[in-house]
Design a binder for this molecule. Structure first.
Ligand code: FAD
Length: 294
């Protein structure tokens, strides 16, 4: 298993993000998706932890399956919200014992399951980074929000916060975006603050219009009106929507790589398509074959 810091140094990387499943049906679909996408030998696969305030779910078990059975490098997400130091310590130790070499350290969305969630011992992701560093030699990634975090007091405060966090991390992973311009501007703003930590952009194929609109509003991501119109004009034709989403994500991936992105992180929503087709389309831009080896 490999450190993502090393992979990025030899990039560009191609990675896939999955959500921990909520039920048995979801677990079955995720297993099939993981198997299909592992065939492409991605640089690494990541698994969310309680994203969107959902149940924290079986993140460890999915990471273990990817690590042991699929032999793909993993990056578990770990959020510190509503966790005590002792709880985080136990989770970190479990991943260390498994042989994981990477982790994405996040503040996290507040879990919705459970009436009285304690605030927890951590208030910022950067504190989680320092806590993990003392306990494991992981390559530690942090979240980046190129269009600004919705809770930020101001753009300047947000950029300073990101700069401090990225300086203490090995790499950043961005919220999904639809314009390479937002990524380029953010990287330039970090460089102006002396930050050279590699920042990997997140690409979400926009297959589900309502879902994307909701998530974009929540994250402060610009969902371009012309893209929305184009997707809506597909009506109930899921295949047509998937074609538009594939084309848009492929073009964005090419633009981001041309702008110097050290890799691409594809949000799969636990579906193997269109991620598989996008990965194939980007083979030349990534400078790597994504077909099964061996
Ligand atoms: P932090 O860096 O701690 O801060 C969040 C924001 O608060 C900052 O950007 C800033 O605007 C503001 N802020 C905090 N302190 C200061 C300060 N001192 N000065 C100025 N501003 C400050 N959530 C999940 O629950 N599970 C997941 O698996 C998950 N995966 C994610 C993966 C990626 C790639 C990304 C981009 C996000 C993910 N999220 C996930 C969402 C994330 O947890 C939320 O966006 C959360 O609200 C912020 O987390 P953070 O780690 O950026 O927090």
């Amino acid at each position: 298993m490999t450190s993502i810091a090393d992979l990025l140094a030899h990039g560009p990387t191609l990675s896939f993000e999955f959500s921990a499943p909520r039920d048995e049906e979801g677990a079955g679909r995720l297993d099939r998706t993981l198997a299909r996408l592992a065939e492409l030998r991605p640089s690494f696969m990541s698994v969310t932890y309680g994203a969107g305030g959902s149940s924290r779910g079986p993140t460890y078990e999915v990471v273990e399956h990817i690590h042991r059975d699929l032999d793909v490098t993993t990056m578990p997400h770990l959020t510190c919200v509503a966790h005590t130091r002792a709880e985080i310590e136990a989770i970190v130790e479990r991943y260390r014992a498994l042989g994981t070499q990477n982790i994405l350290a996040l503040h996290g969305d507040v879990p919705l399951d459970g009436p009285d969630q304690p605030a927890g011992d951590f208030t910022r992701a950067i504190d989680l980074v320092a806590f993990i560093r003392e306990r494991a030699s992981f390559a530690i990634g942090v979240a980046a929000h190129p269009e600004g975090h919705p809770r930020a007091e101001s753009r300047a405060a947000d950029l300073d916060h990101h700069a401090e966090k990225l300086r203490n991390a090995d790499f950043g992973m961005t919220q999904f975006l639809f314009s390479a311009h937002h990524y380029e501007r953010f990287v330039a703003e970090m460089a102006a603050r002396g930050v050279t930590t590699p920042i990997v952009p997140g690409v979400m194929p926009p297959t589900n219009v309502e879902g994307i609109a909701r998530m974009s509003a929540m994250n402060g991501t610009e969902f371009p009106a012309d893209l929305r119109t184009r997707l809506e004009s597909c009506g109930d034709d899921a295949a047509a929507r998937r074609e538009v989403a594939t084309e848009v994500a492929t073009r964005l991936g090419e633009e981001l790589l041309a702008a110097g992105a050290p890799g691409l992180h594809l949000y799969t929503l636990n579906f193997s398509e269109p991620a598989r087709t996008i990965a194939r389309n980007l083979e030349a831009a990534l400078g790597r074959g994504v077909e099964a080896r061996g």
